[in-house]
Design a protein around this ligand. Sequence first.
Ligand SMILES: Cc1ncc(COP(=O)(O)O)c(C=O)c1O
Length: 467
Amino acid sequence: MEMDVDAVLARAREIQKREMERLVERTSASAALHRRALRSLPDGVASNFQAGDPYPVYLARGSGSHVWDVDGTEYADFHGGFGVNIVGHAHPAIVEAISRAARSGTHFAVSTEATVALAEQICERFGLAQVRLVNSGTEATMDAVRVARAATGRDRIVKIEGSYHGHHDAVLFSVVPEAATLGLRERVSGEAADASGAAYTTPPTSRGIPRSMWNDTIVVPFNDSEAFEGLLAERADEIACLILEPVMMNIGIVLPEEGYLARLRDACTRHGVVLIFDEVKSGATVAHGGAIERFGVQPDLACFAKAIGGGTTIGAFGGRADVMDVVSHGAAQQGTFNGNPLSCAAGLAALTSVLTPDAYTRFAELGTQLASGCRDAIAANGVPAHAVDLAAKGCVSYRPSTLRNYRDFLEAHAELFEATFPWMLNRGIFMTPGDEEQWTLSVQHTEEDGARYVDAFGEFCAELAGP
Ligand SMILES: Cc1ncc(COP(=O)(O)O)c(C=O)c1O
């Protein structure tokens, strides 16, 4: 079925306005908490990613696959704490592990047996020789980049256009570049850089990044190994590492094309560049052994966080023993809370008794139920969108065909996502607040949760299509 795009966008704007009014009517406790929060927290939240328009819906509790907001409204949770909660909320095995650990002391800043056991689990699951534990994805990528620089003695790093690796300075370049500030791709593949590397400079995504760092982060597009190889041909001896998400998950979901990761692997090996996979989102969600297992390419270092901690604060990075060796020889890698007993107990319970191979069979079934239900609704109503299905992760992206890289992500009608978000929230689906995010399933999600999502989305598509 074909759509009249202008008419659809007009209807999307009407839906957004109406659903936002309805959201405001039914969330007065969130509005009140927001007013109070504004006094002590910038924007009334603990992280910029938690801010929302006109205010965030504040949660009170979660159980299983459901959450309740401070107004007492229940939702099926597809937000999943930005991809953390694939064990679901208050899973008995996790509650038991944390309670047991808490009764034995919550913190020592000394490694315990749980620290060692968790490190062993992570190494085995993702094929790493050694790992260090940290407290977030940001710390994991920050430390991995430092280790790569220390191991190679080189300063510059390469990242992918439009990718997010946390909020430390080195990776806050080209995170969500506006179309007008793109251009690096042409420079990388064409114009030669001057001796200072100025042709590769890109403005940072955040204020507060020192100018002295602007030349040290170089950007190449995803799914374009030639751009990366062209860059290495010019200046491999300056480049410590390539850091990338093996499957991009900060612009919906963008899969690596056949052979792309293997070609990067080969180029990095030939030029002595450390290949870092940022598996903060993909690790433990897209397969038992993360993207490393799913796509069959082993990086030199990999970064983890989110889902490996059973819902607690954690991160980890590791890989080749000879690269990790710099940690024992002058590369700073430390932290008071690293290997905290509560996080280790929860992570261990999650990885050993909840996120078993069977859990991934279940994620595949539920994910396919969701994605195919959404695809049917998209096709029946001619909505310019597509659905992606990747085990515990998946998304609807408001672009007619699958994406190859960040530039494809820019080609969207923002109105469509802006209308979906309050629509789904008002129908009991708790969602991530950005077009760049995905749904996250948990082992506690049911077919009924999936059906609730598909029904709400189907009604949205029908409403968009109009009478
Ligand atoms: C791919 C990726 N890397 C790193 C991070 C940073 O992790 P954290 O928010 O735990 O610092 C994120 C967060 O969303 C991420 O998606």
